[in-house]
Design a protein around this ligand. Structure first.
Ligand code: B12
Ligand code: SF4
Ligand code: SF4
Length: 311
């Protein structure tokens, strides 16, 4: 099954849908990367994210997801909006990926549209697509498909746009004639992200201990935030962008997204007192379609109270 120009048509359609980055890799079993993941898990760096311990076989071998898989397509969607934080200490900062509508809702639809488009050209085409929540290693495939390299903060960086992009992974049963080449590491001797992380969560180059990462502590964490972090949160109430904000590749190359939903900034800074007093019905109404919904009102209140302690 090789349809002339299919790859080119997929690339054009992906761009039309707003995926600025796209790359292709041949199916392979992830031996080395899974051994790194297992090493990470053995040190308990996943903290309370038990879901990272599950589906290791699928993460290692994507044919456990799509038995006839031959290739992977990675897609990157820029979410950078050129705005700064302006408010006083009475407000908490939200990481930029959560300023607007939940990206899962936007990207899932676009992935379905892309796959439908391919099936119309090639009816035997089969695919499984994910963004973030699947049992697949989005970052590993993004490196293999040439979207970028893994920076020392562990996010993927593209030379032309930096790291403010979401990664989608599409597993397919199609053999493309040509595959992308992985990009080499352009971090060099830079250590800006490691030096800037206020909680020293990047415990060695490329490795993050979630227990210490503000992003984990404010979003995924179900427990209290340990007192050792008082004074170290730099006003982040949901997620954290420091390691990416200081990265020279973002400083020099990030440019504004053209995805209308991301341009609609709704929750950049949250008033601490308002959150502390918020009722569940108001929370549901306001954050229903926002990534902030994930922390639940309980988590968001905990974060607001924690920030009040460091004022
Ligand atoms: C679990 C998770 C988290 C956890 C753990 C973070 C982490 N670094 O893994 C927490 C909650 C902390 C988190 C935070 C964030 N996340 Co997150 N997260 C994920 C998730 C679900 C799984 C990642 C994973 O597999 N981790 C397991 C560890 C072992 O993987 P790893 O950190 O990449 O570790 C590798 C390296 O250590 C490497 N390694 C070891 N030694 C060496 C040596 C060398 C030389 C090299 C090159 C590599 C290397 O081996 C490991 C395995 O490959 C993915 C989505 C997905 N399904 O893949 C999103 C994802 C990684 N997150 C994403 C984002 C945007 C974020 C935040 C920026 C959100 C925010 N603003 O708050 C922060 C960034 C924090 C940070 N510095 O990492 C994006 C990243 C997009 C991009 N351009 O890279 C993803 C891909 C979601 C998506 N689909 O877009 N996240
Ligand atoms: S997201 Fe924040 S806390 Fe986590 S590694 Fe980056 S700078 Fe450190
Ligand atoms: S800040 Fe420097 S070391 Fe960190 S990811 Fe960016 S280039 Fe690499």
């Amino acid at each position: 099954m090789t349809h002339p120009m299919l790859k080119q048509k997929i690339i054009s359609k992906a761009h039309e849908l707003g995926f600025e980055l796209i790359g292709f890799a041949k199916y392979q079993i992830l031996e080395e990367e899974i051994s790194n993941l297992e090493n990470w898990l053995s040190k308990n760096y996943q903290a309370g994210m038990n879901y990272m311990e599950r589906n290791i076989e699928k993460r290692k071998d994507i044919s456990q997801i799509l038995p006839d898989c031959k290739s992977v397509i990675s897609l990157g969607m820029n979410y950078y909006v050129n705005e700064k934080f302006e408010k006083s200490d009475d407000f908490g900062k939200v990481s930029r990926y959560a300023w607007g509508k939940d990206y899962h809702l936007i990207i899932w639809k676009k992935l379905d549209e892309l796959i439908e488009f391919i099936k119309q050209i090639e009816p035997d085409f089969e695919a499984k697509s994910y963004v973030d929540t699947g049992p697949v290693m989005d970052k590993v495939w993004a490196v293999k498909t040439g979207l970028g390299w893994q920076g020392k903060h562990s996010n993927i960086i593209n030379k032309k746009i930096g790291s403010w992009f979401f990664i989608s992974t599409v597993i397919t049963n199609y053999n493309f004639e040509e595959y992308s080449k992985p990009i080499s590491d352009f971090c060099g001797t830079c250590t800006a992200c490691i030096d800037a992380c206020p909680t020293s969560a990047i415990i060695q180059d490329y490795v993050v201990d979630s227990h210490k990462c503000i992003s984990y502590l404010t979003i995924e964490n179900k427990n209290e935030i340990p007192d050792e972090f008082i004074g170290k949160f730099d006003k982040w109430i949901f997620g954290c962008d420091i390691c990416q904000d200081v990265c020279p590749w973002n400083v020099k190359f990030a440019y504004q997204t053209n995805i209308i939903e991301f341009l609609k900034v709704e929750n950049k800074e949250l008033e601490l007192e308002e959150i502390e007093k918020m009722e569940n019905s108001k929370f549901k109404k306001r954050f229903n379609e926002s990534p902030i919904f994930r922390s639940k009102l309980k988590g968001l209140k905990r974060n607001a109270e924690f920030l009040q302690k460091q004022k």
